[in-house]
Design a protein. Structure first.
Lengths: 231, 380
């Protein structure tokens, strides 16, 4: 494992069964994430980027290989998903291509959710949520429902939600995919700030290679394997 | 944060429609239970208000409420001679159709053994109790009459001297209280033509017994210890049957009302099943709509109980609002129903308890679907 890595995926392989036929989604992928660093994983559709994100983000378990957190094995083929959810709740934030806000909650309530799942008192949760929304320039829309927000505002709220629990890891799956280039750059700039100011290890999965200046490391994937990059 | 409440806030109209639909079913269920209670109340009203320890009725009959009972009009004098008897009253009750204000209505004639019983126990809304032996009546407000009205019963005109309420018989007909002597006359009344025809054929027009007959003789004993002894003494005569008040109540409940009770309870059960189906469907549809949000909650590490609680609370809130709507509607509309609809707090509480159980059980389908949702589905 690379020294200083907060999360290290070691020879991670994932094989799905589609109609009884085994399909290898990723094969022997080894990647490390470091505090205050932004890692970008590039690759075309179907290259296995999202599958890797699910393994590293502890949403699914690998068929072989393991995922280590601060040097300790946290996920391998024998891990149970139910055990990983508690870890995700405390340490990991997610941002997706679509904001994926809960439609029946206001912006501030969406940000409060992960805090309340971690049993943070309501007053503190509200205070933290509002400060994050203000930080991301959507504080004035705190009481708006997702359907009343623009795409860019929704994505900012989603980032605020991902940061609510002060995670040590932030995974973003095509976070700029649904945004125009201006808003896309703003989002990537936010990730850069989060990494620099909060010390969060950020992993951005994208097929957009235009804004590489925001990333510390880049990895290229193709056909489920890393074909190029500095690990 | 109560996610169920937030969801309801977002989908307010749909929730209200669902809850009102459930409430309407609960309201109908309350109505059926209350109607049954009302029928029982009406059927037992005279038995309880008469406050007799023993009912002496026709031999081998279960009268006078479960079937017709005819006993000699002078039987009360015989009963008075039995040791342990404190008070004896003649009882005669029958239903007749009478015309009043050019409208034909069914009334129940109840004979009071005046002057031993002047009907002081009858609660009055207006007027007074009986003070004369003939041609006065106290009527229930449901008959539509008021104090001072005159009604022809049999061959005589009776003046309404008192107005009461809630005094109806088992069929819901308003009671007209008259003296038992007048009630006997009304009971025996036959049009002149029938009498003439009967004379021609040398048969009696009515009256299975010689002279005037009663439905029952009501007996009050000196002390409750005497009830069994007095009952046994009278039964030895052989020409009558004797029932205690509890037995009389039992005859009514296990006789005429038994099938009705079974039928109404079956309907109540069916209504609860319908409620179960409606709530299950509403909750399941709501869960299907929230599958993505549930997957997202799981991705954020939500424990299963957070998701389960959201669904069960949603279901319970449908039941709670539905119950409130049902109770409010019932209290508003049932008093306007023509028959007594008796809503007892314990019945409503039991029904709401059943609805809560139904809600929890109905949310099971939604919960089982939600628990199958995987966090990965957010990325799908």
């Amino acid at each position: 494992m690379s020294r200083g890595a907060i999360l290290h995926a070691e020879n991670v392989t994932k094989i799905y069964r589609a109609g009884g036929v085994p399909v290898r989604a990723i094969h022997n992928v080894t990647v490390s994430l470091y505090p205050s660093k932004v890692l970008a994983i590039f690759g075309p559709s179907g290259s296995g980027k999202t599958t890797f994100l699910m393994m590293a983000g502890l949403i699914d378990v690998p068929t072989s290989g393991e995922v280590l957190f601060r040097g300790q094995t946290i996920s391998n083929s024998k891990s149970k998903l139910s055990e990983l959810s508690a870890f995700r709740r405390r340490h990991i934030g997610f941002v997706f291509q679509r904001a994926n806000l809960i439609p029946f909650l206001t912006a501030i309530e969406n940000v409060e959710i992960p805090l309340q799942l971690n049993d943070v008192p309501q007053a503190s949760a509200k205070e933290r949520a509002l400060s994050l929304l203000n930080l991301l320039n959507v504080g004035r829309r705190a009481n708006s429902l997702p359907q009343q927000l623009s795409g860019g505002e929704q994505q900012r709220v989603a980032i605020a939600r991902a940061l609510a629990n002060k995670p040590s890891l932030l995974f973003a799956d095509e976070p700029t995919g649904a945004l125009d280039s201006v808003h896309g750059r703003q989002v990537l700039s936010l990730f850069r700030e989060v990494a620099d100011q909060e010390g969060v290890a950020v992993c951005v999965v994208t097929h957009d290679t235009r804004a590489t200046e925001f990333f510390d490391d880049t990895v290229f994937m193709s056909d489920g394997a890393i074909v190029k990059g500095r690990i | 944060m109560n996610l169920a409440w937030k969801d309801i806030r977002f989908n307010r109209s749909r929730y209200l429609l669902t809850a009102c639909g459930v409430g309407a079913i609960i309201c109908a269920t309350i109505g059926m239970i209350a109607l049954y209670r009302g029928i029982v109340h009406e059927a037992l009203l005279v038995i309880y208000e008469s406050d007799a320890d023993l009912w002496v009725v026709q031999a081998n009959s279960h009268g006078p409420f479960a079937e017709v009972s005819r006993i000699f009009g002078t039987l009360d004098r015989r009963v008075e001679g039995v040791s342990g008897v404190r008070r004896v009253r003649r009882f005669l009750q029958f239903n007749r159709q009478f015309t009043f204000n050019n409208a034909r209505s069914g009334f129940s004639i109840n004979g009071l053994d005046f002057p031993k019983d002047d009907g002081m126990w009858v609660p009055l809304l207006a007027g007074r109790h009986l003070t004369k032996g003939h041609y006065e009546t106290i009527v229930d407000i449901s008959t539509g009459m008021v104090v001072g009205d005159v009604i022809r019963l049999g061959r005589d005109d009776f003046t309404v001297v008192g107005l009461t309420s809630g005094q109806v018989d088992a069929s819901g007909d308003g009671i007209l209280f008259v003296t038992v002597a007048d009630a006997m006359d009304i009971d025996l009344y036959a049009p002149t033509e029938i009498i003439l025809l009967s004379r021609a054929t040398k048969t009696r027009p009515t009256a299975p017994l010689p002279g005037r007959s009663l439905s029952a003789v009501l007996v009050s004993v000196n002390s409750s210890d005497d009830i069994a002894a007095v009952k046994s003494s009278i039964e030895r005569w052989g020409d009558v049957s004797v029932f205690t008040q509890d037995e009389e109540v039992g005859l009514v409940l296990s006789g005429a009302l038994y099938k009705l009770r079974i039928q109404l309870l079956s309907f109540v059960f069916l209504m609860l099943v319908v409620n179960f189906a409606v709530i299950s469907l509403a909750v399941y549809a709501s869960v299907l709509e929230k599958l993505h949000a549930i997957a997202l909650l799981k991705l954020m590490g939500a424990r299963s109980r957070v998701v389960i609680l959201m669904i069960v609370q949603y279901s319970l809130l449908i039941g709670v609002f539905g119950s409130l709507f049902a109770v409010a509607t019932s209290v508003t509309i049932f008093p306007w129903f023509p028959r007594t609809v008796l809503m007892l707090p314990q019945d409503i509480a039991a029904l709401i308890g059943a609805v809560v159980f139904v809600c929890v059980f109905a949310s099971w389908f939604g919960v089982s679907r939600a628990l199958k949702v995987r966090a990965q589905e957010v990325l799908a």
